[in-house]
Design a protein around this ligand. Structure first.
Ligand code: SF4
Length: 165
């Protein structure tokens, strides 16, 4: 099973729109952010980005379910008005598609847009193990933080905010 983003899928947000999909009862996550949340240490592009990201992780640690979306998600929310925002770029959508395929394959289920994913402690631990082994890192290709995330995984994700308890 190698699911992918449908070719004609309409992004959740179009250019110039600055709202995120599905706020509230479920955390919206674009596929490559399923990787990023594994290594999140509380650092990021801007203070507001970190503040928003901390809130997302807090919701996940409280047990909120994830809904996979196409395009900008709850983590992107704080960047959508920033100059040089890359959240709508085709290259990022391509990385999403790769991450979606690899994570779906790893979990042995389709985690495509609209699909709920419950990030249980066991599932997070499994994803981190696969991340460290390089099995689900295709979506990291070209990311400026790749070396940092490799070193974080080599340190067994010490200090990362997403909890496995
Ligand atoms: S390398 Fe980039 S895409 Fe991969 S987990 Fe780290 S921040 Fe996310």
């Amino acid at each position: 099973m190698r699911p992918h983003l449908p070719e004609n899928e309409t992004p959740v947000l179009g250019p110039g729109e600055n709202k995120c999909h599905k706020p509230g009862m479920t955390v919206s996550i674009r596929p490559h952010h399923l990787l990023c949340i594994l290594t999140y240490l509380g650092k990021g592009y801007t203070a507001s980005f970190v503040q928003n990201y901390n809130g997302v992780i807090k919701r996940l640690n409280a047990g909120e379910t994830v809904t996979i979306v196409t395009g900008p998600d709850d983590i992107c929310r704080a960047m959508l008005n920033e100059d040089g925002c890359h959240c709508h770029n085709d290259s990022v959508l391509e990385r999403d598609a790769i991450a979606l395929a690899q994570v779906s394959n790893f979990l042995d289920r389709d985690v495509g847009p609209g699909q709920p994913v419950h990030l249980t402690p066991d599932r997070i631990a499994g994803l981190r193990k696969a991340f460290a082994a390089g099995e689900i890192r295709g979506g990291c290709a070209g990311c400026e933080w790749s070396e940092l995330c490799t070193s974080i995984s080599a340190r067994n994700f010490a200090g990362c905010h997403l909890s496995t308890r």
